[in-house]
Design a protein around this ligand. Structure first.
Ligand SMILES: Cc1cc2nc3c(=O)[nH]c(=O)nc-3n(C[C@H](O)[C@H](O)[C@H](O)COP(=O)(O)OP(=O)(O)OC[C@H]3O[C@@H](n4cnc5c(N)ncnc54)[C@H](O)[C@@H]3O)c2cc1C
Length: 392
């Protein structure tokens, strides 16, 4: 047996799992098809992943990433603006997060996995997985392992192979986005630096994001709930939004990227000697910036279950990952309920701009959008999940 664990994909989920497992003495191989650093979308993190960074021994505050205090919501058509600071959440909710450029961020995590002792092969694409034998085949060779972790992101290698990918209807359908460089000093000082917030813009058929990145750059994207997007959608979105036009005035626009059909659930995220983590297990919708943070938490929980199982020879237990799936159920259900209400009702929009939301509900909402969703004392989260529970 060449390795204890083969991790397919070196994004945040794969690298986190690889680093934590390697530190526990497991022989880990990471197979990543790209050469890092590479571009990736998903730049706004949540406070809930601070414990993962602590476990990894990473202080993002000391690195070239931007501190984020919360989210700013705009409805330009109505002239509404609302600010949610994580510090105003329920007691115990961490008060900040980070905005990260994914190229260097993912590279940092992959190097961390290598430093922890994982063997990392970049530019090696997995082409097949024999789940019975936990054998992984790539465009360069084959590897036998005691356990396989699928961390292939939206490519969701195993879910597509097993046909267990269930699209989530009525959520965001497609997005178009780009980076702007050379944001003006005035915008940077007055609109960005004070809080480093993500700006979310409510729009007729979806929403848009403006995420500040270190070096006076902005990531700007438009998500559409129906139909397709094209480069023209970006032009139209910018033309229709005085705020994004002002923020990006005089800045250089980089290449345009498109992505579609990104909301889904993998109905079978684990089996005997294999599990899917991160986006390969579930991706809800980017509305609340949950992807990276939930993916890293999912990876940490999976590593915490797998490391002792490998030591004790229990890795083939078909129920090994049941507790991990159960732990992720709470954020998946919470954010699915929130995103559903955003696209299909006025509840979230009303909450964004309500002048007199009951204090405890507002604090509860902020804790949820910070990803602090495992607590039992949040009345907002209870109310959000109650109808789903009643429906069974
Ligand atoms: C429009 C949009 C906006 C988003 N905005 C945010 C945001 O603001 N904040 C946030 O937290 N998240 C956001 N996300 C989500 C975020 O991008 C993902 O949740 C996150 O990248 C998941 O991490 P991961 O490690 O699971 O997968 P990835 O980061 O996708 O990493 C998977 C890796 O696997 C590799 N791989 C795939 N297939 C193979 C193969 N066959 N062989 C070898 N390697 C392979 C890939 O090259 C990749 O490097 C957004 C997503 C979308 C679509």
């Amino acid at each position: 047996m060449s390795h204890d664990v083969v991790v397919i994909g070196g994004g945040p989920a794969g690298s986190t799992a690889a680093a934590l497992l390697a530190r526990e003495g497991a022989r880990v191989l990471v197979l990543e098809q790209a050469r890092f650093p590479r571009f990736h979308i998903g730049e706004s993190l949540l406070p809930c992943d601070l414990p993962v960074f602590a476990r990894l021994g990473l202080d993002l505050g000391g690195l070239p990433f931007l501190r984020k205090q919360g989210a700013e919501i705009h409805d330009e058509a109505r002239g509404d603006r609302s600010v949610f600071s994580f510090a105003d959440g329920l007691p115990g909710t961490p008060d900040h997060a980070y905005q990260v450029e994914r190229g260097p961020f993912d590279h940092l995590l992959l190097r961390l996995a290598a430093d922890a002792g994982a063997e990392v092969h970049e530019e090696e694409k997995v082409t097949d997985v024999d789940l019975e034998r936990a054998r992984v085949t790539t465009d360069r060779g084959s590897y036998d392992a005691r356990f396989v972790l699928d961390a292939t992101g939206q490519q969701a290698l195993l879910a597509r192979r097993l046909r267990t990918l269930e699209p989530t209807r009525q959520f965001g359908r497609a997005a178009v986005f780009c980076h702007f460089e050379g944001v003006s000093d005035e915008v940077w000082q007055t609109d960005v630096l004070p809080a480093g917030n993500i700006k979310i813009l409510m729009q007729e058929d979806g929403w848009a994001w403006c995420i500040p990145l270190v070096g006076q750059r902005l990531s700007v994207g438009f998500v559409r709930a129906r139909g397709r997007v094209s480069e023209a959608t970006l032009d139209e979105g910018l033309a229709a939004s005085p705020l994004t036009r002002r923020l990006t005035a005089g800045a250089r626009r980089g290449p345009t990227h498109l992505i579609g059909d990104f909301s889904y659930r993998n109905t079978r995220p684990a089996g005997p000697r294999w599990a899917c983590i991160g986006d390969a297990a579930c991706f809800i919708d980017p509305m609340f910036s949950t992807g990276v943070s939930l993916g890293m938490l999912n990876a940490m929980h999976a590593a915490d279950v797998l490391a002792p199982a490998l030591r004790e020879g229990r890795e083939a237990d078909p129920d090994l990952m049941t507790s991990v799936a159960a732990r992720m159920e709470r954020p998946y259900r919470t954010f699915t309920a929130l995103v559903h209400r955003f696209y299909n009702t006025r509840m979230v929009r009303n909450l964004f701009f309500a002048s007199e939301t009951e204090e405890v509900l507002r604090r509860g909402f902020i804790s949820v959008i910070a990803g602090d969703v495992w607590r039992e004392d949040n009345p907002f989260q209870r109310a959000l999940l109650a109808p789903a529970r009643a429906r069974g």
